[in-house]
Design a protein. Structure first.
Length: 187
């Protein structure tokens, strides 16, 4: 195996080994009272996020960040007894790390949320060809306009003169043939 292939395989194995195994990331530092988990770990602008917080003695907590559309109110979760809340990442948020401040009673926990780059759609967002979608009678007119644009121009004066000359030559040829056939019979 060449050294380039060995280097490539070793790099791929290292990337797989170091890849994060969990889909969630920690937004708060954790510290003494536990942390806040953000799911998904790297939301895109305009994406929804869910924040979960364990070990808060209060019944509610509030999380704030420049990345969120609004403050996130965390309330008791039925399944694990922690606090949970949802928000949306602002659609105008640039990719990067943003501070998150969670207030649970008198305790304040600071951390970050990492916003991923905006994903662009692969296909165009609008039709690239006319769509026959009704239009109250205007659609057939638009379709007719499209057919008219594709139709070649009608014959002009040059075409008309050429056609008349060819017709005259054909008429003369037919007349001459008729005269020759009569003269052959009479003679």
């Amino acid at each position: 195996m060449s050294s380039l292939k060995v280097t490539f395989c070793a790099g791929a194995a290292l990337a797989v080994a170091l890849a994060p195994a969990a889909p969630a990331g920690y937004a708060a530092d954790g510290g003494e009272g536990g942390g806040v988990t953000v799911t998904p770990s790297s939301p895109a602008p305009g994406g929804d996020v869910t924040l979960r917080m364990a070990d808060c003695a209060e019944r509610t907590a509030v999380a704030v960040s420049e990345a969120f559309d609004s403050d996130v109110r965390l309330s008791p979760a039925a399944e694990d007894g922690g606090l949970v809340g949802s928000s949306r990442i602002r659609s105008t948020t640039q990719a990067g790390a943003y501070a998150v401040r969670v207030t649970c009673g008198d305790a304040v926990r600071d951390g970050t949320v990492t916003v991923a780059e905006q994903r662009r759609p692969a296909a165009p967002a609008s039709p690239v060809a006319p769509v026959d979608a009704g239009g109250g009678g205007s659609s057939p007119l638009a379709a007719q306009d499209a057919r008219d644009e594709a139709r070649p121009a009608p014959p002009g004066t040059a075409h008309t003169v050429t056609g008349l000359v060819l017709a005259a030559i054909a008429a003369v040829a037919v007349a001459l043939r008729g005269v020759r056939s009569r003269s052959g019979r009479t003679g």
